[in-house]
Ligand binder design. Structure first.
Ligand SMILES: Cc1cc2nc3c(=O)[nH]c(=O)nc-3n(C[C@H](O)[C@H](O)[C@H](O)COP(=O)(O)OP(=O)(O)OC[C@H]3O[C@@H](n4cnc5c(N)ncnc54)[C@H](O)[C@@H]3O)c2cc1C
Length: 429
């Protein structure tokens, strides 16, 4: 596409939006980012984990080495905490922990340094459309026209929500596909304890979801996550229970102490239409079990920038190559995690206990390690001694076949009928 004549507006200056803005500006496009927050307020007040491959593969510079801390080994607990599965120390060349505010500062510098115009404290209210084509955005201060709108405004994006039905893009993300989280960094009282430094809990206190307690040098990071909803009482009960098991968790909250939401579902089946492409949480580009989305959103910016550069025009057909490259690269990971999430949902806490206690899950299930025949034997003997698990294993087998078919049939080029058929299969996964 002609770079000097194509105007691109990015709604939302988070990880995906800024990475896309930087890459497209480097290719010579006229890029403007509208971000609702003030520049100083950008980024959560805590650290999170990111894989450096997303920088290397897109050609974006990595953040400073001094900002990166290697990931700790994780100890996974079943709901009644009778079994602890410990991963080895994570490969420190792959995943790092970084302060969110520093990561955002780095991405802002990359986008600005590449020539993108960044407009902070400027909220986008909706898409501007002509028929089923997106032709711009409505911001607080008026309408801005663009050839392509990149929707990077997160899971509640007003751009996605305002798209006409004819665009074929899902507008809402269900509460059941949302992880409601509470996160706080507590003071560390210094009490000695032999609990692991990083403890992760499935269905803690029987609540469907995922929690963690991470003991850092100067604080204790506590996350409470529940699918579908989280009340103050649930937060209080979970924190009190953790204080009993981890006696070093103090009463004072040093940072955070806020609630947020993560879309934990497989990526939306369609996230491009005429003049529009979504990226990051706005398209649910997330690992459905862990809720990690930073790596995927930055990596996807590379696919999007390449697709726009090579596109003939701003049509769905041209932008489809972005969607197809994204799925080709991530479909297996996403569907594997979606299957595990669904399995957790239909098993419930009691059966997850059985999975752990009968060694039907092992460290390799958490690290994507290669399963040996002895691992499989454990699963089969465990399943035979707990027949209620057999339908679950049958479903997992079926899903793995569906996953292979979806990857095989993913349309490389856009054809309305072919894409519609694929979306239908994907929706029924
Ligand atoms: C507690 C918690 C822990 C997490 N841990 C991890 C982790 O360890 N690793 C990981 O990879 N991911 C993690 N995630 C998920 C991760 O935060 C997201 O997947 C990631 O931020 C997605 O990037 P994004 O660019 O799509 O969205 P965001 O980074 O959320 O950016 C969206 C941007 O759009 C802006 N915006 C919103 N609405 C508007 C509007 N109307 N107009 C203009 N701008 C708007 C927002 O202010 C924001 O800056 C975690 C999330 C939470 C809540």
């Amino acid at each position: 596409m002609k770079t000097d004549k194509t105007k691109i507006v990015v709604a939302g200056g988070g990880h995906g939006g800024l990475a896309a803005a930087a890459l497209l500006a480097r290719k010579g496009f006229d890029v403007t980012v509208f971000e609702a927050q003030a520049e100083e307020a950008m980024g959560y007040d805590w650290c999170d984990c990111i894989r450096m491959s997303c920088f290397d593969r897109t050609g974006l510079e990595r953040p400073n080495d001094e900002w990166l801390t290697p990931m700790k080994a994780i100890s996974y607990y079943n709901p009644r905490k009778s079994v602890c599965i410990r991963t080895g120390t994570q490969d420190s060349s792959v995943s790092f922990v970084i302060e969110r505010k520093l990561l955002l500062r780095h991405l802002i510098a990359l986008a600005r340094g590449s020539g993108a115009k960044l407009c902070f404290s400027r909220r986008v209210l909706s898409a501007v459309t002509q028929g089923d084509r997106v032709v711009g955005v409505l911001t607080e201060t008026g309408e801005v026209r663009a050839d392509i709108v990149i929707d990077a405004a997160g899971m509640d994006s007003p751009v996605r929500r305002s798209l006409p039905a004819g665009c074929g893009i899902q507008r809402e993300i269900d509460a059941s596909d949302t992880l409601f989280t509470y996160r706080a960094l507590f003071e560390d009282t210094g009490t000695a304890s032999d609990m692991p430094a990083y403890s992760a809990y499935f269905c803690h206190l029987g609540v469907e979801g995922f929690d963690w307690v991470i003991r850092e040098t100067d604080h204790v990071d506590v996350l409470i996550g529940a699918f579908g909803g989280l009340s103050e009482e649930m937060i209080r009960n979970a924190v009190d229970d953790f204080k009993r098991d981890h006696p070093y968790i103090g009463d004072q909250i040093l940072r955070g102490g806020s609630c947020s939401r993560i879309p934990v579902r497989r990526t939306l089946p369609k996230f491009v239409c005429d003049g529009y492409a979504a990226i990051g949480d706005s398209a649910a580009m997330i690992e459905p079990l862990s809720g990690s989305g930073m790596t995927l959103s930055i990596r996807s910016a590379g696919f999007l920038a390449d697709a726009i550069e090579q596109a003939q025009d701003c049509s769905t057909a041209s932008l489809w190559s972005y969607e197809s490259a994204y799925f080709r690269s991530n479909l297996s990971l996403i569907l594997r995690q979606q299957t595990l999430k669904d399995v957790m949902h239909c098993l419930g806490a009691r059966n997850i206990d059985t999975l752990f206690e009968k060694q039907m899950v092992t460290v390799k299930d958490f690290t994507s390690g290669k399963q040996t025949s002895s691992d499989l034997l454990h699963k089969v003997t465990g399943a035979v001694s707990a027949p209620s698990m057999l339908p679950v294993f049958a479903e997992m087998l079926l899903r793995s076949r569906k996953q292979k078919k979806l990857l095989r049939t993913l349309p490389q080029d856009y054809s309305y009928a072919h894409v519609l058929r694929w979306i239908d299969d994907y929706d029924r996964f």
